[in-house]
Design a protein around this ligand. Structure first.
Ligand code: TXA
Ligand code: MG
Length: 321
């Protein structure tokens, strides 16, 4: 039976209680969700996504009161972080409790947890007696989906249902932090910016560029979030020669540009170049360009500050050969 797109929480619960999976809306990207306390359901997540089981999953919960059961220790900064940023796009990596199956954490002693800021997802999570393990709902190394339709297209036969929560508001995966001995490591950039976190915890984060052999994010291998079409990142799109190539080229534009839009197949991320809008449209725009049978997608890097750093992270992974 092909995958259905529905807003029925009751149907979602029935499927999850059978240890099967659903597509889960969140404010970041859609997740491929199953019972996070059931080794059987977790195995199916890895298999469906075709993801190596050494790459751990995030547990999604309905509220801070559900953390206690899942962790064996909670550094003091965690309370501050939760109070300020949950529900929201912040994942915390903490020492796991015995309740969390080893399959969820890729045999590691830590578990990643977040409370998503999405009404329908929270309504579902509140009604479940277990957390939902959910990686982004894309086959391994493909672009993360930001609409229910995209999830159903990726897994037409393997999924019975996607819970339809509309287009994801943020559009990029959550920020991931790991805390050890009072140090806070930024493991993955997201839409919640390190500057905001530093303001709240009143300490500097240890950034990915300064991580030398410290807790790495398993599976953050370079090629990731990738379309099938080759991507080239260049300094200025205005330097593309006007003729002399037989390649079918499409451009991913940060903002509207009448001259380029006249000459090429283009996807505009935000008419006015607004970074939040760019982030929310980024994966969907790549997806649409990828579907056009092009030989090459060409784009520029983002100004490397704030959300631009997160976007560059995803862009360079998508462009990695
Ligand atoms: O926004 C998000 O975080 C989305 C939505 C669905 O919540 N989920 C998501 O999951 O991006 P996924 O599986 O695509 O990425 C999770 C990342 C992986 O890179 C994984 O290695 C890291 O989190 N991770 C999970 N558990 C970890 C742990 N115990 N220690 C370090 N990294 C961990
Ligand atoms: Mg992912």
């Amino acid at each position: 039976m092909p995958c259905k797109i529905s807003t029925s929480i009751q149907d979602a619960i029935q499927i999850l209680n059978r240890d099967e999976l659903i597509g889960l809306p969140t404010e970041t990207v859609y997740g491929l969700a199953g019972n996070g306390l059931s080794p059987a359901a977790v195995e199916i997540i890895y298999r469906t996504k075709n993801r190596p089981s050494s790459q751990p999953l995030i547990l999604h919960i309905a509220g801070p009161e559900r953390v206690e059961d899942l962790v064996s220790a909670c550094p003091t900064q965690v309370y501050t972080l939760i109070e300020h940023f949950w529900p929201g796009p912040l994942t915390l990596v903490l020492p796991k409790s015995h309740r969390v199956p080893d399959q969820v954490t890729g045999q590691q002693a830590t578990v990643a947890i977040r409370m998503p800021s999405h009404d329908l997802a929270l309504e579902l999570l509140r009604q479940l007696p277990y957390p939902l393990a959910a990686p982004s709902a894309n086959p391994f190394t493909r672009i993360s989906p930001t609409t229910a339709h995209q999830v159903a297209e990726y897994f037409p036969e393997q999924l019975e249902m996607v819970l339809d929560g509309g287009a994801c508001q943020q559009g990029l995966e959550s920020t991931i932090l790991y805390i050890e001995n009072q140090d806070i490591f930024l493991l993955r950039r997201g839409t919640l910016l390190p500057e905001r976190i530093e303001e709240v915890v009143k300490q500097k984060l240890i950034l990915p560029s300064t991580l030398i052999q410290t807790p790495k994010v398993p599976g953050s291998h370079i090629k990731h979030y990738a379309p099938r079409t080759r991507i080239e990142v260049i300094d200025s799109l205005h330097s593309i020669p006007a003729s002399g190539t037989s390649l079918k080229i499409g451009l991913l534009l940060h903002q509207g540009d009448a001259e380029l839009q006249d000459r090429y197949v283009c996807k505009v991320l935000s008419k006015e170049g607004d970074l939040k809008e760019i982030a929310s449209n980024f994966y969907q725009a790549l997806q649409e360009l990828d579907a056009q049978g092009l030989d090459l997608i060409v784009t520029e890097a983002f100004v490397p500050e704030g959300l631009g750093l997160t976007l560059n992270d995803r862009l360079f992974r998508a462009a990695a050969k």
